[in-house]
Write a protein that binds this ligand. Structure first.
Ligand SMILES: CCCSc1c(F)c(F)c(S(=O)(=O)NC)c(F)c1F
Ligand SMILES: [Zn+2]
Length: 253
């Protein structure tokens, strides 16, 4: 029988998929690559547009019609434009991240999605190409309240239901970056439909800290639309996928 994911009604593994995400990052198996450059991040806070509950997560979307918010360097051959960021989280603090490190889950994971506008004319086309997307993954761990995240948390009640949007016109996602420059990188895929194998993953080694109230604010969002029977938006992470013939490289020794 075809086993479908309860949330996404899509196959848990893509037939013929050789570079699916997420994966467990086994620290000792990652290979230091001295040729990896530092990641360069330059975001313009004015490119922030709105927050949207799309029924899988809440997305903070950016104006990607110019190169005002971009990343460059790292494992990338071109600069990539910021399209949106979103999170994946659990019902409780014991799990929630998509990637794991030495089989350890974090309570949540931030994804900043960028696309290769140097080579591809649209985001939709980049989603279908092996070098089309670059996603920065940042782990969230329970700790001190994150002041930068709080402005986002305060807006979440306005997007409680699926398909609700709220204007959000100034936010600098750089405030969500950990101070340590170290990262792992590997070739992978989207973790939500269309699950295309188009992502260069850049996973930051150092997590950021958020407090319990901030994680609870994520958990009060709903998968469901207004008027439907309420289903809390939790556990919106995909199961781990086989590493297959891939090496995870590290930017640090
Ligand atoms: C056509 C996709 C719409 S944009 C998007 C997204 F909404 C999303 F959730 C993920 S993810 O796979 O869940 N996390 C990396 C993506 F990669 C994305 F590119
Ligand atoms: Zn994601």
């Amino acid at each position: 029988p075809k086993i479908l994911h309860p949330l996404w009604q899509s196959p848990l593994t893509i037939p013929g998929g050789t570079r699916q995400s997420p994966i467990n990052i086994q620290w000792r198996d990652s290979v230091y690559d001295p040729f990896l450059k530092p990641l360069k991040i330059s975001y313009d806070p004015a490119t922030c547009l709105h927050i949207w509950n799309n029924g899988y997560s809440f997305l903070v979307e950016f104006d990607d019609s110019t190169d005002r918010s971009i990343i460059d360097g790292g494992p990338l051959e071109n600069q990539y434009r910021l399209k949106q960021f979103h999170f994946h989280w659990g019902a409780i603090n014991d799990w929630g991240s998509e990637h794991t490190v030495d089989c350890k889950f974090y309570p949540a994971e931030l994804h900043l999605v960028h696309w290769n506008a140097v080579v591809y004319p649209t985001f939709e086309e980049a989603v279908m190409e092996g070098d089309g997307l670059a996603v920065i993954g940042v782990f969230l761990k329970l700790g001190a309240r994150h002041e930068g995240l709080q402005t986002l948390v305060d807006a979440l009640p306005a997007v409680k239901h699926k398909d609700t949007v709220i204007e959000f016109d100034v936010f600098d996602p750089s405030c969500l970056m950990p101070s340590c420059p170290d990262y792992w990188t590997y070739a992978g895929s989207l973790t939500t439909p269309p699950l295309t194998e188009s992502v260069t993953w850049i996973i930051k080694k150092q997590p950021i800290e958020v407090d319990e109230d901030q994680l609870e604010a994520f958990r009060m969002l709903l998968f469901t639309s207004d008027g439907e029977e309420e289903k809390r938006m939790v556990d919106n992470f995909r199961p781990l996928q086989p590493l297959m013939n891939r090496t995870v490289r590290s930017s640090f020794q």
